[in-house]
Design a protein around this ligand. Structure first.
Ligand code: ATP
Ligand code: MN
Length: 478
């Protein structure tokens, strides 16, 4: 028997009149003769035509939606419309049946909410097949982008002993018995008796460790899971998500913004070039979905037009101060249409404000810089004005913040002052401060939320649908 050929390969060539074996799962079985077969290599199904006279009745009976089969036969030019080539099957083996009475995925439209409940099977739908093929390519393109630019991929710890990252609420890691945890004289839990002889958590960011790497290797990036125990039940937050965090030595905020903009454009373009079929499918899905919405809420551009627009246009760069002026003058602020009305400079921007700037005002991706020091992290470089820091956030249509970054404070004395202002004990951060004591230099980096990027590229509406098994408050299934 010939070795198995993937459906993507068969459909990708004009070749016909040759023997092949395909394996996959039945999507539909029509007239007891036509199988639409999927093996996940492409969004397209391959038509396998059964030789009714030479296929035993008991084999035909076992062919149903969801069953795994192997088919061997001749790939020929298709008689019917809809496909260029099809297989005239000479033999069919049913590898695994799927009882139609019990198989939850019938060939009809299922809601995303229902599919989330059967996330172990949702890979088998067109939508999730497309999403996870694209998710793979986004990851691949990110590694390729950095590799081509000489960045070193650094693995930063997932279990961390540092609690000063301050990026969000942490999940504690312990092997202590919660019912009978050892207590110190003060009655508090004695973490010296815990596995690491100290309290540890799951990381919320690899940035501080990436900085250590950058101040020797010049350009590094991390790409790993991060965990935040924030109780935010939104369509843009997960408790476990993946983050890309590049860090560059001898670089300032402009270099940082250039890197982030180049990276985003590169990855989006990579998907446009390599996932035309998947994007076309997701685009149609979106158009159908948007028909349910009122006219003014529908997007003006199709999914691929939106992605192309992002690749072809410069992101709008402006300072936080300029953004506040725009927001203060804006209609929704004057008419108190925002949930949080902007009163004055210094206000933290909510996603409604970010989305106003991106979707209504500029109508393109926006990079905001130089935020008030009070609403940003301690490690961001202080500006001359003493009021703002060299921070930047990239805001995307439909998503809000997709990237958060900054030039880092490289001056030891200023950094210590900032830590004091945030009540971060110096003795816990000596290792971090050492980089500023020995051979410090200008450096910058950012964090890109992987799932938010996949969300944008696939045009999906909920971040829980772009990660195989989402973790969020109240849910850690599978
Ligand atoms: P937000 O204000 O949206 O909660 P943040 O300010 O907490 O974001 P950062 O700490 O700067 O975000 O993290 C860097 C990036 O990681 C963000 O720009 C975003 O893309 C992503 N991100 C942050 N929190 C989450 C989360 N809970 N789930 C998924 N992605 C996230
Ligand atoms: Mn957050």
């Amino acid at each position: 028997m010939a070795s198995r050929t993937k459906i993507k390969e068969i459909l990708g060539t004009e070749k016909s009149d040759y023997e092949a074996t395909v394996k996959g799962w039945v999507r539909t079985f029509r007239n007891n003769q036509f199988i639409a077969l999927s093996d996940g290599s492409t969004i397209k199904t391959f038509q396998v035509v059964i030789d009714r006279d030479n296929t035993p009745e008991e084999v035909i009976k076992k062919i149903s939606t969801g069953a795994a089969i192997s088919a061997t036969g001749k790939v020929v030019t298709s008689q019917g419309g809809g496909q260029k080539v099809e297989m005239q099957a000479e033999s069919i083996v049913v590898l695994g049946v799927a009882d139609p009475e019990k198989y939850p995925l019938q060939p009809k439209k299922h809601s995303l909410e229902f599919l989330r409940e059967i996330a172990h099977l949702r890979f088998r739908t067109n939508t999730f097949g497309a999403i996870f093929r694209i998710r793979h390519s986004v990851a691949f393109a990110i590694h390729k982008f950095f590799n081509d630019r000489g960045f070193v991929y650094l693995h930063t710890p997932i279990i961390t002993g540092s609690d000063a990252e301050g990026a969000g609420e942490m999940f504690q890691v312990t092997t202590l018995d919660l019912k009978e945890s050892p207590r110190g004289e003060d009655g508090e839990v004695d973490f010296k008796k815990d596995f690491f002889n100290k309290a540890t958590n799951l990381t919320v960011s690899g940035q501080l460790e990436a900085e250590l790497g950058a101040l020797a290797l010049s350009d590094v990036y991390t790409f790993g899971p991060t965990f935040r125990a924030e109780n935010s039940n939104t369509s843009r937050h997960l408790a476990e998500f993946w983050m890309i965090e590049p860090e560059m030595a001898f670089a300032d905020l402009n270099d940082d913004m250039d890197l982030a903009e180049d990276l985003l454009k590169y990855v989006i373009n990579y998907c446009l070039e390599n996932h035309g079929d998947d994007l076309e499918f997701l685009e149609e899905r979106l158009i159908t979905e948007e028909k349910q919405k009122p006219q003014n809420e529908r997007s003006e551009m199709t999914l691929r037009d939106k992605l192309k627009f992002c690749v072809d246009n410069d992101f709008q760069r402006l300072t936080y101060t300029e953004a506040i002026e725009i927001l203060l003058r804006s209609k929704p602020n004057k008419k108190k249409k925002f949930q949080y009305v902007i009163e004055e400079w210094g206000a933290d921007l909510q996603s409604e404000h970010e989305r106003f700037l991106v979707e209504k005002h500029f109508k393109k991706p926006v990079i905001l810089t130089d935020y008030p020091k009070e609403i940003k992290a301690f490690y961001m470089r202080m500006n001359e004005d003493g009021k703002t820091v060299r921070a930047m956030d990239i805001l995307f249509p439909g998503i809000g913040e997709i990237v958060g970054g900054s030039q880092r404070e490289e001056r030891l004395d200023v950094l210590k002052e900032r830590m004091a202002a945030f009540d971060i004990p110096e003795h816990e951060m000596e290792w971090f401060l050492d980089t500023r004591r020995f051979g410090t230099c200008e450096h910058a980096g950012f964090g890109l939320g992987f799932e938010r990027l996949v969300l944008f590229i696939t045009g999906m509406g909920n971040i829980r649908d772009v990660i195989p098994f989402p973790r969020y408050p109240g849910s850690a299934e599978f």
